[in-house]
Write a protein that binds this ligand. Structure first.
Ligand SMILES: [Zn+2]
Length: 291
């Protein structure tokens, strides 16, 4: 499959030369937004965005230490640190590290941040082995996109409640994008109103992944289907996701914008987004079955 995909591209660039190469550089364009700096912002209550322009890193603060969800690429630690410090918090006060999907663009700085903070890394049973071997055993990217291995201190499961200070964070297993993909949810009270806040791992399908014909991993198709079904049933007021572009961060908030707990309220947007991904999934299922 990979060979069939690469060959026409090489032939095309050989014929059309460097101009085509310059136009066909999605990886470069993509990684620029992954590394571009972006100011820290308050999503709602104790939840802050401290990542880059398009790679989400979330900080949930409490008086007894903080939770950090995701990292970014391997050199993103300095950006994350400076964003956390711009809010008046300290990276060293992070006590628990979580992640949403064991892919290098969200996990590559985990080992370094774990070493700096001494925090514990908690992960789902199906993402943990991939984190611990640096992405080598990932059934899709394994061996192609790797990162520094990091040890997992505790396995978390669907329905678990993570408590730190006054943080109460619920764990959801939303497999498909990776076998152990996870989302997190909490209730935030602001101005006398309860907001249901979801940090959602979206069910996007990486290019070249197979659902039913020679599936990327056994059960991947069922995993995606159950994730879409269960995400649509979630009680959501505010939602964010692993990439800023996935939750339309840059339409919802611009640098300098004052904090309001309503900025990221978007329940219909969440359902629309999940339904859109489910449609792409169904189209791929149909394509694979007709081959
Ligand atoms: Zn991914």
């Amino acid at each position: 499959m990979v060979i069939r995909f690469l060959q026409p591209r090489i032939q095309l660039t050989a014929v059309l030369g460097l101009v085509v190469l310059a136009q066909f550089s999605p990886a470069r364009a993509q990684s620029e937004t992954w590394t571009r700096s972006f100011p820290a912002f308050r999503v709602i209550g104790p939840l802050y965005g401290v990542g880059t322009y398009d790679l989400s890193v979330f900080l949930i603060t409490s008086d007894e230490g903080h939770i950090l969800i995701n990292t970014g690429l391997e050199d993103s630690t300095a950006q994350i640190r400076s964003n956390i410090e711009s809010l008046g918090f300290r990276l060293e006060d992070v006590k628990i590290l979580l992640q949403m999907q064991s892919h290098w663009d969200h996990t590559a700085a985990l080992a370094e941040i774990k070493q700096i903070t001494g925090a514990q890394l908690w992960a789902t049973s199906r993402d943990a082995p991939i984190l611990e071997d640096g992405g080598f055993s990932d059934p899709h990217f394994g061996g192609r996109q790797t990162f520094e291995p990091v040890s997992v201190d505790k396995i978390i499961h669907e329905g678990d409640l993570i408590e730190l200070g006054d943080i109460r964070l619920h764990v959801y297993e939303h497999p498909g994008h990776t076998e152990g993909s996870s989302s997190y949810a909490m209730t935030v009270n602001e101005n006398g109103r309860d907001y249901q806040v979801v940090i959602a791992n979206m069910g996007t399908i990486n290019d070249g992944k197979h659902l039913v014909v020679d599936p990327t991993y056994p059960g991947v198709s069922e995993d995606f289907a159950s994730t879409y079904r269960r995400q649509k049933a979630m009680d959501v007021d505010v939602w964010v996701a692993a990439h800023g572009s996935q939750y339309h961060l840059h339409d919802k908030w611009q640098p300098g914008q004052a904090y309001s707990p309503d900025t990221f309220v978007d329940p219909e947007g969440f359902v629309t987004e999940v339904e859109g991904l489910e449609k792409i999934y169904q189209e791929q299922l149909a394509r694979e079955r007709s081959q």
